[in-house]
Design a binder for this molecule. Structure first.
Ligand code: PRP
Length: 207
C-alpha cells in the first residue's frame, strides 16, 4: 500500500497543537481543519485535469479543473471535523457518509449509518477520518466502497498507527494512505501512542 506522509513544517505544527492535551475543543477543531487542507492538497497532487477555456480580463487562456472529482466520505463522528475543509478545496465533490463507533472492549467497528451512492465504478474516493488505529473502521469503510465498485480509494488520516497500516495491507483492499504521521504503536486500549487521544471527543466532547 502506498503511504504518503505529509511532513511539511506547517503540518507538523498543526499536528503538535492537536497532540497537546491542553488544546481545547475549539482550537483542536481549527488545527484539524487546517491540517486537512494540507492533506487533501497533497492527496490531489496527481489528480487528472481537464482543460477549461477561460477569459482573463486581458486575454483568452487555457485553464484547468479536476477531470474526476473524488467522492468525499467522512467517517462519523470524527471525520466530520475534516469534511467542510475538504469540500471547500474540492467544491465539485459529492459527499457520502459512514457512521461507525468502535466498541471500547472489542475494538470492533459498529456501523450505525451509511449514505453512499449506489455505483462507485470509475470514481475516486477520499475517506476522511483523523485516526487510523487498529484499521478496523477504515477496512470496514473501504469494503463498503469496493462493494459498490470503487477501485481507487485514498484514506486521509491525521495520524496512523503501524498496526492500522499493516491491517490495511493484509486486507489487500485497493487503497493508499495520506497522513501527517505514522506514530509508534497502539496501547492495550487501542489508542495510538503518542497519538492525540480520542479525536471525536476532542472535536465534539466525550459521549
Ligand atoms: C475513532 C476514529 C476512527 C476509529 C479508529 O472513532 O475516529 O473512526 O476510532 O479506530 P480503528 O482504526 O481501531 O478502527 P470512534 O469509534 O472513537 O468514534 P467517534 O469518531 O464517534 O469518536
Amino acid at each position: 500500500m502506498d503511504v504518503l506522509v505529509v511532513d511539511h513544517p506547517l503540518a507538523k505544527a498543526r499536528l503538535t497543537t492537536m497532540r497537546d492535551a491542553r488544546t481545547d475543543n475549539a482550537a483542536f477543531r481549527a488545527a484539524l481543519q487546517e491540517l486537512t487542507v494540507m492533506l487533501v492538497y497533497e492527496a490531489t497532487r496527481e489528480a487528472p485535469l481537464k482543460e477549461d477555456r477561460t477569459h482573463t480580463p486581458v486575454a483568452r487562456t487555457t485553464g484547468y479543473k479536476l477531470a474526476n472529482p473524488p467522492l468525499l466520505v467522512p467517517v462519523l463522528r470524527a471525520g466530520l471535523g475534516m469534511a467542510d475543509q475538504a469540500h471547500k478545496l474540492i467544491p465539485d465533490a459529492q459527499m457520502g457518509f459512514v457512521g461507525l463507533a468502535r466498541d471500547e472492549e472489542t475494538l470492533q467497528p459498529t456501523p450505525y449509518m451509511e449514505s453512499l451512492p449506489e455505483n462507485l465504478a470509475g470514481r475516486p474516493v477520499f475517506v476522511l477520518d483523523p485516526m487510523l488505529a487498529t484499521g478496523g473502521s477504515m477496512e470496514y469503510t473501504i469494503r463498503l466502497l469496493t462493494q459498490r465498485g470503487a477501485t481507487d480509494v485514498t484514506a486521509i488520516c491525521a495520524l496512523a498507527a503501524p498496526e492500522g497500516i499493516n491491517h490495511l495491507e493484509d486486507s489487500k483492499l485497493p487503497c493508499r494512505l495520506v497522513t501527517a504521521s505514522v506514530d509508534e504503536r497502539l496501547n492495550d486500549s487501542g489508542f495510538i501512542v503518542p497519538g492525540l487521544g480520542d479525536a471525536g471527543d476532542r472535536l465534539y466532547g466525550a459521549v
